[in-house]
Design a protein around this ligand. Structure first.
Ligand code: PMP
Ligand code: GLN
Length: 380
């Protein structure tokens, strides 16, 4: 392994899901739903496969049907207008979008400011690009960014702000004031913004606001989302990038040499998914809101300190009230102690102390599974 990938061994998600399988535990670690997305969307994928749409290399930027549907979705929910031909790129999940964006836009030695705790692929991809990550630590209990601290982190080497709202793992949803302040800094210092909005449809308190919609931001922002989260098809790996033509062209250039194109038939199905009526998006959010409250209350009753998330399908907790200090040790022993798997937030930090006693649980599981997990955790 080269030095760039030093310290980026096996991802925590693979490690913890393997532990869940090996011990037969309930997996509230890795974020994937235990119920697949809408039947009609699955049927659309089957139809595409059967009718021979997308079984051979699709166009590099993605099939036109999907790019058009992505443009319509951005217009419908946020009033953002993107040209499907020049301003939209389909990727192999948001993961590839993040990798291609960072590889395309960063020079070796550039600094990237990202909220810490950060989703693990950010750190690895910044490293692969030869750039340096500069963490802005989000602190309990609110996990809101300190914007003066953000300003102070900007140096002449800063090239890019990498933001994530709704934020995995804290559930923070950036509010319009915070987004405006971040946008002002980006404009003042001529920075690019890469924004990971894969949980855009999972906001329970407040609303999702894309930073690309703010004045002066469209031309400097690469926005990323994914069908995995919104439609509960994490295995399909269909994601996308939207942005100004020069930025999307740069990301596309990198994508060509990572995967060349993304799998075809699922793209046609996701095009149909994006056009589902509002009732789908509302129902999805209502269902997850109910699960958020179920698990928040259950974890609190089990003795955790719970930070109720405004968005995503994750809950961050503090294990200190249980007499525990170290989340990594806690998560390694939890399957044996009570048959539940969770993720230690410490792995998402450079300043590991800040996340030492924090542990993340996902609630994108059936109610009976969440109920059983809570009753097991109450035995601790
Ligand atoms: N960004 C964040 C914040 C995520 O939580 C995830 C997946 N869980 C991804 C990106 C990756 O998305 P995909 O599965 O579409 O690659
Ligand atoms: N994003 C999901 C999570 O945070 C997992 C994705 C992955 O396994 N890479 O749990």
């Amino acid at each position: 392994l080269n030095r760039r990938l030093d310290g980026h061994g096996t991802t925590i998600f693979a490690e913890m899901s393997a532990l869940a399988t090996a011990t037969g535990s309930i997996n509230l670690g890795q974020g994937f739903p235990d119920t697949d997305g809408p039947e009609e969307v699955r049927e659309a994928a089957v139809r595409a496969l059967r009718d021979g749409r997308g079984n051979q290399y699709p166009p590099g930027p993605g099939v036109p049907e999907l790019r058009t549907a992505i443009a319509e979705h951005q217009q419908r929910f946020y009033g953002l207008t993107y040209d499907p031909d020049t301003e939209i790129l389909v990727t192999a999940g948001a993961t590839e979008a993040i990798a291609a964006a960072l590889l395309a836009l960063l020079e070796p030695g550039d600094e990237v400011i990202a909220f810490e705790p950060f989703y693990d692929s950010y750190a690895a991809c910044i490293a692969m690009a030869g750039a340096t990550r500069v963490p802005l630590t989000l602190r309990a209990p609110s996990f809101r960014p300190d914007l003066d601290e953000l300003r102070a982190l900007i140096t002449p080497r800063t090239r890019l702000l990498l933001i994530n709202t709704p934020h995995n793992p804290t559930g923070l949803v950036l509010d319009p004031t915070e987004l405006a302040a971040i946008a002002d800094l980006a404009i003042e210092h001529d920075l690019l913004v890469v924004t990971d909005e894969v949980y855009e449809h999972l906001v329970f308190d407040g609303a999702h606001h894309p930073i690309a919609a703010l004045p002066g931001m469209r031309e400097r922002t690469v926005s990323i989302s994914s069908a995995g989260k919104t439609f509960s098809f994490t295995g399909w790996k269909v994601g996308w990038v939207t942005g100004a033509p020069e930025l999307v062209t740069a990301v596309r250039t990198a994508k060509q040499y990572l995967t060349y194109v993304s799998a075809g038939p699922f793209q046609y199905a996701v095009a149909e998914a994006l056009r589902l009526p509002d009732s789908y998006f509302d129902g999805f959010r209502a269902d997850l809101l109910h699960k958020r409250d179920l698990l928040t209350d259950g974890l609190a009753a089990a003795g955790f300190r719970v930070f109720r998330p405004a968005g995503t399908y994750f809950i961050t907790t503090d294990i200190t009230p249980l007499g525990e200090k170290d989340g990594i040790e806690f998560c390694r022993s939890l399957p044996e102690r009570c048959g539940v798997v969770a993720i230690p937030n410490a792995v998402f930090y450079d300043n590991a102390d800040a996340g030492q006693s924090l542990v993340r649980f996902t609630f994108c599981k059936r109610d009976d599974v969440l109920g059983e997990a809570v009753s097991r955790l109450q035995q601790l």
